[in-house]
Design a protein around this ligand. Structure first.
Ligand code: Z5A
Length: 212
């Protein structure tokens, strides 16, 4: 099989980091060892600088929401063009901790940025590039927050109000309902159950890829 791009999405604390490791384990069990990991925003030296700018801002200056969106797309295109596409071309498999759907959900629904603007940016910057499979780990914001609460200082997004995350989650669920390449996993379940669901989704999908 040629390399594929598998993305893990979800609100914070959904268990994305854990899910990336489970997907890696499944791929290795299927004899796929040429795996690259990415995270967004970030994943290249320039994109990591942009991540820091996005997460922390600069001093007291308020980051305009359209500037925020552009920072995210700058980081994304740098990662896609210099890491993801070259890796896929070499036949590697890429496991991404977040990708473009995060911008649709957080900036589009959460920040209420005009969907036309996001679509325009998406089309101009990414064209028809998209993940082969997305696992969306669904969790209510407050449950996810409880899991990550111990981490300390909150970043700009983590300081948002509950309604922001309610809109963000609704956007994820709507996207998953409309797009067969996005599979929803109930991330409120205990580890063992979530692991089982990921195994079942990814194994089924891998079989479909082999049959194609
Ligand atoms: N963002 C955006 O706005 N627009 C964009 O386009 C992009 C991103 C790409 C990135 O932050 C922020 O950027 C993010 C969206 C925004 N902000 N928010 N919110 P990040 O990379 O620093 O953080 P994150 O992406 O939200 O990930 P996270 O907070 O690290 O969560 P996670 O990776 O999903 O969770 P985890 O680390 O795997 O697990 C968290 C804890 O829960 C950990 O202690 C686990 O042991 C525990 N856990 C995991 N699964 C379970 C289960 N099943 N039961 C119990 N406990 C569990």
């Amino acid at each position: 099989m040629n390399g594929k791009f598998i993305v893990i999405e979800g609100l914070e604390g959904a268990g994305k980091t854990t899910a990336c490791k489970i997907v890696e384990k499944i791929l290795r069990e299927h004899g796929i060892d040429n795996i690259v990991f990415t995270r967004e925003p970030g994943g290249t030296p320039i994109s990591e600088k942009l991540r820091d700018l996005f997460k922390r801002g600069v001093g007291q200056e308020r980051l305009n929401i359209k500037a925020e969106l552009l920072i995210l797309y700058a980081a994304r295109v740098q990662l896609v063009e210099t890491v993801i596409k070259p890796a896929l071309k070499r036949g590697m498999w890429v496991i991404g901790d977040r990708h473009d759907l995060s911008s649709q959900a957080y900036q589009g629904a959460g920040r209420k940025i005009d969907p036309q603007l996001i679509l325009l940016l998406r089309n101009m910057i990414l064209g028809d590039f998209s993940p082969d499979l997305t696992l969306y780990l669904d969790i209510p914001h407050l449950i996810g927050l409880k899991r990550v609460n111990a981490r300390g200082e909150l970043d700009r997004i983590e300081q948002e109000v509950s309604s922001f995350f309610t809109r963000t989650r609704a956007c994820y669920l709507e996207a998953a309902a409309l797009d067969a390449s996005i599979m929803t996993i109930d991330a409120t379940e205990p580890f063992e159950k979530v692991t089982e669901s990921i195994y079942s989704c990814v194994s089924r999908w891998l079989q479909q890829q082999k049959d194609m």
